[in-house]
Design a protein. Structure first.
Length: 430
């Protein structure tokens, strides 16, 4: 090929890839299947299929014979996919012929730019920059009470920004206040989690309700609404259903930052394939997000007694461990706190949560932040909330309508009040 022709091709290739990366990912005519393995052999087939292609997305881990697994398949992969299932006589059910249509049915009321006219509120989801600007405003207007904290950095160079809240000072009765640490948004597409985190920040700072005032004044709070900023930005610009970080790994991107923490890393319930949504990463703390955030948390050692991680969805409250069915040594206390917390979440709107230890309540999953906090940081109480909607809302559940931000957050805060009260009465804050 001549030099000019060659250059022209190179140029075309650049233009083509640029326009692809700028385009929004759509799921037109993607299909959603529910499959179920009947024996170990079929389970193996599904395990091999997971992470084999980024056009076959497993929404559930492949762990147990008999467990339902939701899979989203790109139209061009459907024939291959069905052939593999057919060969191994794996039963399946078609749940959606057009995933994009199912997603479009949900009005999410995505962030409206131009905050000059509307104050930051909880009637809509915001972009990262809007929330960061709001956090910065809070720190400026609430000196002594709100301090900006940087929990870490991202692959693309963003800040993991949050706030430390010390309402009424750093001490209580001459002693340093106990600490509550809350991170949200480690999974990018779970938009309700950061929205609920900012709701909680706002309530801690402004509520006149006695129990919430106590919650604000009894503890030092560390709240990081966006533990995976690169992923969150990507859900706004390109792919609403993105879950992982954005670190490039060969032809695929990102590791699952909630399978990447350095505690029994990648032992179970995570994938070693970079295309998988549960890719554990090439090593523990391979992601700068989890590495830098873990260093920040290590810096608080001894100051945090309760650790919270917000996710969506399924309405679960979970506690360690994810890597083993063995229960934590203080499981009796975990059960008490769990019972009080799920009773409280139900009070206002009747929302039903279930859960328990991660391994049994949902599935084996090693490398989660709560396990690391509990297992290595002497944080004796660590919980993960899977917020609204319920688990029957497969896939579309990541898009919780914006009208539900407030009720979902209100009941969560009710639950956290009950949780803190119970944890306190069990002596963990002493
Ligand atoms: C706050 O502290 C007070 C005084 O010790 C206690 O009565 C109350 O239950 C605490 N509230 C919470 C939510 O921790
Ligand atoms: C928690 O609630 C369950 C179900 O109501 C009950 O069986 C269990 O005994 C309770 N556990 C504790 C420690 O209160
Ligand atoms: Zn999650």
């Amino acid at each position: 090929m001549s030099l000019t022709k060659c250059l022209l091709f190179a140029l075309l290739a650049i233009v083509a890839s640029a326009s692809v990366s700028a385009e929004r990912v759509r799921y037109d005519h993607y299909r959603m299947y529910k499959v179920n393995s009947e024996n170990a052999k079929q389970l193996e087939v599904l395990k091999d299929l997971e992470g084999s292609s980024d056009s076959i997305m497993f929404l559930d881990g492949v762990h147990l014979v008999g467990a339902d697994i939701q899979i989203v398949v790109a139209p061009h992969k459907v024939p291959d996919f069905l052939e593999i299932l057919g060969k191994s006589e794996i039963k399946y059910e078609l749940q959606s012929r057009d995933v994009q249509k199912s997603l479009d049915e949900i009005d999410e009321k995505v962030a409206i730019k131009g905050r000059a006219t509307t104050a930051y509120n909880w009637a809509q989801y915001y972009e990262l920059d809007d929330t960061y600007a709001w956090l910065q405003d809070l720190a400026r207007s609430g000196p002594g009470v709100v301090t900006l904290i940087e929990g870490g950095k991202t692959y693309q160079g963003r800040s993991i920004l949050g706030v430390k809240i010390t309402k009424g000072g750093e001490t209580i009765n001459g002693k340093a206040k106990p600490g509550i640490f809350l991170e949200a948004g480690i999974h990018a597409r779970e938009w309700i989690a950061p929205a609920a985190a900012t709701y909680i920040i706002n309530q801690l700072l402004t509520s006149e309700v006695e129990s919430i005032k106590e919650l604000a004044e009894n503890y030092t709070w560390y709240v990081l609404p966006h533990a995976n900023p690169d992923g969150y930005v990507y859900t706004h610009t390109t792919d609403r259903m993105w879950r992982k970080t954005r670190t490039p790994y060969g032809r695929c991107f990102g590791a699952d930052p909630n399978r990447n923490w350095g505690f029994h890393w990648n032992e179970v319930g995570a994938s070693s394939s970079a295309c998988s949504d549960t890719y554990a990463g090439p090593s523990a703390f391979s992601e700068i997000e989890t590495l830098s955030l873990s260093k920040f948390i290590e810096g608080l050692k001894g100051k945090v007694q309760l650790y919270l991680s917000l996710h969506a969805y399924s309405q679960y409250l979970l506690y360690p461990y994810g890597h083993t069915a063995d229960l934590p040594d203080n499981v009796a206390d975990y059960e008490k706190v769990f019972n009080a917390s799920i009773a409280a979440v139900n009070k206002r709107y009747g929302t039903k949560y279930t859960g328990g230890n991660i391994y049994d309540a949902i599935y084996p999953a090693a490398g989660a932040s709560v396990d690391w906090a509990y297992g290595t940081q002497d944080v004796r109480m660590a919980f993960c909330y899977e917020l609204r909607p319920s688990s029957t809302s497969y896939f579309t559940g990541f898009k919780l309508p914006a009208q539900q931000i407030v009720p979902a957050s209100e009941e969560l805060l009710d639950s956290i009040v009950a949780m803190a009260t119970e944890v306190k009465s069990l002596g963990y804050f002493d």
